[in-house]
Design a protein around this ligand. Structure first.
Ligand SMILES: [Zn+2]
Length: 163
C-alpha cells in the first residue's frame, strides 16, 4: 500500500496522499475530523473527497447526526479499488521490465581485472580489450538479463499471469 500512496502522491499531490493515508488508518472519518487534522477549509476537504469518490478511491456512508432528517457522511477507503489500481500499476511495471529485457544483449564482454562490462558492438570497437586497463575482455552470459528474466517470472507468478 505504501507504493500505492507514492503513486497517488505523484499524481495528486502530497496533501491528497496524506488524506487517503489518514482515512485508511482511521478506517472511517467524518469531514470534521479531516478539517481538524489537515488545517484545510471544509470546502477544500469536500472538493478532495468528491474528486477521490469520482475515482472510486474512497466511498461514503450516510449516517444520521441526531437531528431529524439531517444526515452526515463518513468516508472510508475503497480497498478493492486500491488493489485494482495497484495491480494495474504492477502490470505496467511488468511491461516496462519486458521492454527493458528485450533491449539487453544475451552476451556481454567483461574485463576480468576491473569488471568493466560492454556489449558486443563496443567490445568489437575496442578490439576486445578493456577500455580501462587494456586487458582482454571475456565473453560472458549477461547476468543482468538473466536476473531480470527471473524477476519478470516472479512478478508474473505473483500477479497470476502466464507468459
Ligand atoms: Zn579492465
Amino acid at each position: 500500500m505504501t507504493a500505492m500512496l507514492k503513486i497517488i502522491e505523484e499524481i495528486y499531490g502530497k496533501e491528497v496522499a496524506d488524506i487517503i493515508k489518514y482515512i485508511m488508518e482511521k478506517k472511517e472519518v467524518s469531514i470534521d475530523e479531516l478539517v481538524k487534522k489537515f488545517d484545510l477549509e471544509p470546502a477544500e476537504i469536500r472538493k478532495i473527497l468528491y474528486a477521490l469518490e469520482n475515482l472510486n478511491i474512497i466511498k461514503r456512508r450516510r449516517i444520521k447526526n441526531g437531528l431529524y432528517l439531517h444526515y452526515d457522511f463518513k468516508w472510508s477507503v475503497n480497498t478493492s479499488m486500491l488493489e485494482k489500481i495497484q495491480r494495474k500499476i504492477a502490470v505496467q511495471h511488468l511491461q516496462e521490465l519486458k521492454r527493458k529485457v528485450q533491449e539487453l544483449p544475451d552476451i556481454i564482454y567483461e574485463c576480468p581485472i576491473c569488471g568493466v562490462k560492454v556489449p558486443f558492438e563496443e567490445a568489437f570497437e575496442y578490439g576486445f580489450r578493456c577500455p580501462e586497463c587494456g586487458e582482454m575482455l571475456v565473453q560472458k552470459e549477461n547476468e543482468e538479463k538473466r536476473r531480470l528474466i527471473e524477476k519478470i517470472k516472479r512478478l508474473e507468478e505473483e500477479l497470476g499471469i502466464r507468459s
